[in-house]
Design a protein around this ligand. Structure first.
Ligand SMILES: [Zn+2]
Length: 231
């Protein structure tokens, strides 16, 4: 750091706070306080019997494995992690959460045989206005830890749909039907890909994207992961 004294003063004037509970962070803490970090409502990947994402996708998609890092309800204080990454331009938090998830995926053997990570794409207009795709940040974090490459140009989103937030399950499925296209199938052909989303609620967006990939991408296998599963 070039100006350690100035930086220290800025920290005193504008202390960094926990993205979950808003308490001021201690010197050794980053993004989240120790308490919130240890209380993350985590889904342990190796605990196959209690995997709510697999249960959600069963019968709807031929997948190899599926898991989320954590599960929460809309009112949970942990929803703020996703909100901060998506709407507050906190790109470093996205990468850091991806690294945390990546370490768990690696430890559990989940990444075995996976050749590439494919983040669910945003429409190019939305990505330009936000400046980034939050799922790509998570993918970068997972890639740092696992050394598995991110491929974020193979699949594109052809329609800029309305937000899914206020829609019921059927409306959500309708809203995202046929909105993805495989633009460069040669990048994912014959690969086992990990389709990665930031939050899965009903699974409609992720399923629509997976269907397009299975129809047009010539992949050998597909697995699915999301940082959060919202309930
Ligand atoms: Zn906290």
């Amino acid at each position: 750091m070039r100006f350690p004294i100035i930086t220290r003063w800025l920290e005193l004037l504008f202390p960094e706070t926990c993205v979950v509970c808003n308490d001021v962070l201690r010197y050794s803490e980053k993004y989240m306080c120790t308490q919130c970090l240890s209380d993350i409502p985590q889904i342990y990947v190796h605990n196959k019997q209690h995997n709510p994402l697999e249960e959600l996708l069963w019968g709807q998609l031929p997948f190899v494995r599926a898991t989320s890092f954590m599960v929460y309800t809309k009112k949970s204080k942990y929803a703020s992690i996703l909100h901060t990454i998506k709407y507050k331009n906190h790109q470093q938090l996205g990468i850091a959460m991806g690294e945390m998830f990546g370490a768990e995926l690696l430890r559990s053997g989940f990444m075995e045989t996976i050749d590439a990570i494919v983040p669910v794409p945003l429409h190019s207009k939305r990505e330009r206005s936000r400046g980034y795709n939050q799922s790509s940040l998570l993918a970068q974090g997972i890639s740092h830890v696992t050394d598995i490459p991110v491929i974020d140009t193979a699949v594109i989103r052809t329609k800029n749909t309305e937000s899914q937030t206020r829609k019921n399950k059927e409306e959500r499925t309708q809203n995202v039907a046929q909105i993805f296209e495989v633009a460069q199938p040669e990048l994912i052909q014959e690969k086992h890909i990990l389709l990665l989303d930031d939050v899965i609620t009903t699974g409609a967006t992720c399923l629509s994207c997976a269907e397009s990939i299975l129809e047009q991408g010539f992949v050998s296998n597909i697995s699915v992961a999301s940082l959060a599963l919202a309930r």
